[in-house]
Write a new protein. Structure first.
Length: 149
């Protein structure tokens, strides 16, 4: 039987958030947090809008999910994010004890894998879901930025 709510389905929702960031001239990274096949948090980068270096999509999503659940632990949740989390976001994910992280494109220089950031021991990670779509949006954004400067 085909399950309509799979990793691809939810990553497409994260890509919608990334497009919203792009439309606001933010680095186009989007995130959703899912529990029991239900999106409980949606977010995208807001670092420029809020003038806050910590306003990454994942951080915004963690806050929204914790608020929705009424607690800080996200053990039964999955974070879908269009780019491999950075060291800061991976560290925050450790403290939320999130059950799964599914990301799109890899971040070879500043991603949590390159930085050797430790996740919670029970967190499972899947990378590369819709990685081409995620990378394409990021590449287009930075090409446009370079051409404007």
């Amino acid at each position: 039987m085909i399950h309509p709510f799979d990793d691809t389905y939810f990553m497409k929702r994260a890509l919608q958030e990334a497009q919203m960031a792009y439309d606001k001239n933010e680095v186009p990274i989007g995130a959703v947090i899912v529990m029991n096949d239900q999106i409980i948090a949606r977010a995208h980068n807001l670092t420029e809008t809020l003038n806050d270096v910590t306003a990454h999509a994942e951080m915004q999503a963690f806050t929204a999910a914790a608020d929705f659940l009424g607690g800080k632990y996200l053990k039964e949740c999955t974070l879908y994010v269009t780019l491999e989390p950075c060291q800061m976001c991976a560290g925050a994910s450790y403290w939320t004890q999130i059950g799964r992280i599914v990301y799109g494109a890899s971040e070879e220089k500043r991603g949590f894998l390159a930085m050797k950031t430790t996740l919670h021991p029970k967190t499972k990670v899947i990378g590369g879901v819709l990685k081409e779509e995620s990378a394409k949006l990021l590449t287009r954004f930075f090409i446009e930025k370079r051409n404007l400067n």
